[in-house]
Design a protein around this ligand. Structure first.
Ligand code: IMP
Ligand code: MG
Length: 184
């Protein structure tokens, strides 16, 4: 059997650390939204955030909903000339709701910068971003997530939802791919 774990050079965020990160982020969301009295809608960005979003969601004990979006961002330069393409949209109105976007990783920052504006323009009471991983060195626009699980160096990571060519999402940890995998 071809075991995808053999393609991993090293584990960057272990299962135990991922659990601790999700505990911590869920506690922070509970502190901020647990007694707000408003609807909270978590927006899971497909596909990379599926594991992260479900881990955070199942730790919350106050009423909240989860919705899904699939988006991609385009555009060059550091201005707002780029745009966001929505491949799958929310099935629910976010007007007057608190929205927390759950993302796997912030890289250039374009996706979340544009998506948070889009949802704010739909009349959400508030829009915040919660990301599992952050690569601050890669930022190309002036965007920072409100909640960050862990900052990582500028290396390509896979696992726990994150893919390379649609593979490795099913690994239970976040790891760095062996260079030989790209060079094939
Ligand atoms: P950006 O912040 O708009 O540049 O885009 C972030 C998106 O790029 C993430 O949601 C991921 O889908 C993808 N991405 C960025 N870095 C990585 C990585 O190291 N591994 C896997 N996907 C990545
Ligand atoms: Mg993604």
């Amino acid at each position: 059997m071809y075991n995808i774990e053999n393609d991993i050079e090293k584990i960057l965020v272990s299962e135990a650390e991922l659990k601790a990160i999700c505990d911590d982020l869920a506690a922070k969301l509970t502190e901020e939204y647990g007694e707000s009295g408003r609807d909270l809608i978590l927006v899971c960005i497909l596909k990379g955030s599926i594991m992260f979003a479900s881990e955070v969601f199942k730790r919350l004990r106050f009423p909240c909903a989860i919705e899904f979006m699939k988006v991609s961002s385009y555009g060059a330069g550091t201005n707002t000339s780029g745009f966001i393409q929505v491949h799958l949209d929310l099935k629910r109105d976010v007007k007057d709701a608190d929205v927390v976007i759950l993302e796997d990783i912030v890289d250039s920052g374009r996706t979340l910068e544009k998506l948070s504006h889009l949802l704010a323009n739909r009349g959400a009471h508030s829009v915040k971003c919660c990301t599992l991983l952050d690569k601050p060195e890669r930022r190309q626009v002036n965007f920072n997530a409100d909640y960050v699980g862990k900052a990582v160096p500028d290396v390509f990571v896979v696992g726990f939802g994150l893919d390379y060519d649609e593979k490795y999402r099913n690994l239970p940890y976040v790891g760095v791919l062996k260079p030989s995998v790209y060079q094939q």
